[in-house]
Design a protein around this ligand. Structure first.
Ligand code: ATP
Length: 458
């Protein structure tokens, strides 16, 4: 695994990813017809499919391949006392400074990433006229009101993390899931943070999706489970095609730890803007269950029938962002190459992540080929997500599929009409094989289940 200090240079700029996302309808700036609203994005067709695949792979790793984790989907709006007990009302803050000259506000610990409002481009505090205030704490939770009256009694918050919904359901799950520590509760859902320094496309937005799992363990087993989940989560990214040299594990220093954490390590990825957090793996100790037990008066503990004693489990939390993971998968997969004098751009995505697995293309729109291709398409899509495309030249259609990361292209041509075979084109090697159209769906489903290695490693 590479060390953050030996920074390798990112291969692709964020601008290229943003352009591809727009060109192929993965992601659009939100409210674009009204001029956009900062750092908010809408996901188009392929964006939705890729995101769903990222989430599906996470569910597969958490639930499909284990039997000690159960799923939960808790509400975004929760009782305001949840956030009091969790420490978010008091401690979920960023230190901010204001500039009295340009009237802008910046994160005090990220001045080097911020841009002063004046030109030429400089960081806050670098112009002689800059007048920065002392840092003040600013809460990142979005506040809203529940019910028709806007008074202090009706204040509620949009959740800034999905984890608390899990802790407040600990007792329900323990009762109904018939689990005992070590066991986990997993959840995927939207979270909201009034981030001050947004930017870098979907890396940091105010509305985003998290994939969090709280793993409840006997207290003396917490360190070993922390290590277990760090290893397991790193493996998840490499198994899905991120090259190990672009990932690193970085332990938080004592001054960086969140208010609830006794140890946290971040999985960092070499994003186009440099090494940045992809996922955090925290040892939350018994902080959350103890806080909620005290504030609610409910006992949040596990009674161990073997020892005859009750204890408060400790919690290991792998917390990932769907959007950040999607960005990392796209960045790692992005490639361009020269083929027969033409430049092609492609996403070398793991086939399981690819939005579409197979594209069925008639060579030309005549001589019965579209009808024959539609037949093959119907057979293939019963087994794997597929697309049919007959518009434009075959080269143009392949380029489109390359850019959305489709691993297999199937072309129906003159020979198909004679002997029932089609060409099967590999996105990465560009090799074309002649195979029977019959049974192609089965064949591709089997290929999808095969182990896969990032072609950039070869
Ligand atoms: P950062 O230091 O980047 O603000 P964090 O340490 O506050 O992140 P956590 O609270 O650990 O983040 O959240 C877990 C994961 O949720 C992060 O690793 C990231 O993938 C994702 N995440 C957090 N904040 C955002 C955001 N504003 N936009 C997109 N994803 C986010």
């Amino acid at each position: 695994m590479a060390k953050a200090a030996e920074t390798t240079v990112p291969e692709v700029g964020l601008d290229e990813i943003v352009a591809l996302c727009k060109r192929r309808g993965f992601i659009f700036p939100s409210s674009e017809i009204y001029g956009g609203i900062g750092s908010t994005y809408d996901y188009g067709h392929y964006g939705v499919l890729l995101r769903n695949n990222v989430k599906g792979e996470w569910w597969r790793a958490m639930i499909g391949e284990r039997d000690d984790i159960v799923a939960l989907d808790s509400a975004i709006l929760q009782h305001p006392r949840v956030w009091e007990a969790s420490g978010h009302l008091e401690g979920f803050t960023d230190p901010l400074v204001d500039c009295r000259t340009c009237k802008l506000r910046f994160r005090a610990n990220k001045l080097e990433d911020a841009q002063c409002g004046r030109k030429p481009s400089k960081h806050p505090g670098e112009f002689a006229e800059c007048e920065l205030t002392d840092a003040r704490e600013f809460n990142l939770m979005f506040e809203t009101h529940v019910g028709p009256v806007k008074d202090t009694a009706s204040v509620a918050y949009l959740r800034p993390e999905t984890a608390q919904g899990i802790f407040i359901n600990f007792k329900n799950v323990l009762q109904f899931a018939r689990k005992k520590p070590p066991f986990g509760i997993a959840q995927i859902g939207k979270s909201f943070r009034n981030e001050i320094t947004t930017g870098n496309f979907i890396f940091r937005t105010r509305e985003f999706e998290q994939m969090e799992m709280e793993y409840f363990v006997p207290p003396d087993e917490a360190p070993q489970w922390h290590q277990f989940w760090m290893d397991a989560r790193l493996r998840w990214y490499t198994d899905l095609g991120i090259r190990a040299d672009n990932l690193t594990l970085r332990a938080h220093g004592p001054d960086e730890l969140s208010h609830y954490s006794s140890a946290t390590s971040d999985i960092e990825y070499l994003f186009p803007m440099g090494w940045s957090e992809l996922e955090g793996i925290a040892n939350r100790g018994d902080f959350d269950l103890t806080q909620h037990a005290q504030a609610s008066g409910e006992k949040l503990e596990y009674f161990d029938p073997e020892s005859g004693e009750a204890y408060v489990p400790h919690v290991i939390e792998p917390a990932a962002g769907v959007d950040r993971a999607m960005l990392a998968f796209m960045v790692d997969a992005y490639d361009t190459e020269e083929v027969e004098g033409r430049r092609r751009t492609l996403l070398r995505l793991h086939p399981r992540l690819a939005p579409v697995k197979a594209a069925v293309l008639p060579l030309v729109s005549k001589d019965g080929m579209p009808e024959r291709a539609r037949e093959t398409y119907r057979e293939v899509r019963a087994h794997v997500p597929a697309e049919y495309d007959e518009g434009g030249s075959i080269g143009k259609r392949y380029r489109r599929q390359d850019e959305i990361g489709t691993p297999w292209g199937i072309t129906v041509d003159g020979q198909t009409m004679e002997d029932g075979t089609v060409t099967l084109r590999d996105r990465d090697t560009l090799e074309q094989e002649r195979v029977p159209a019959e049974g192609l769906g089965d064949r591709l489903a089997a290929k999808l289940a095969e182990p896969w290695r990032p072609p950039k490693l070869d």
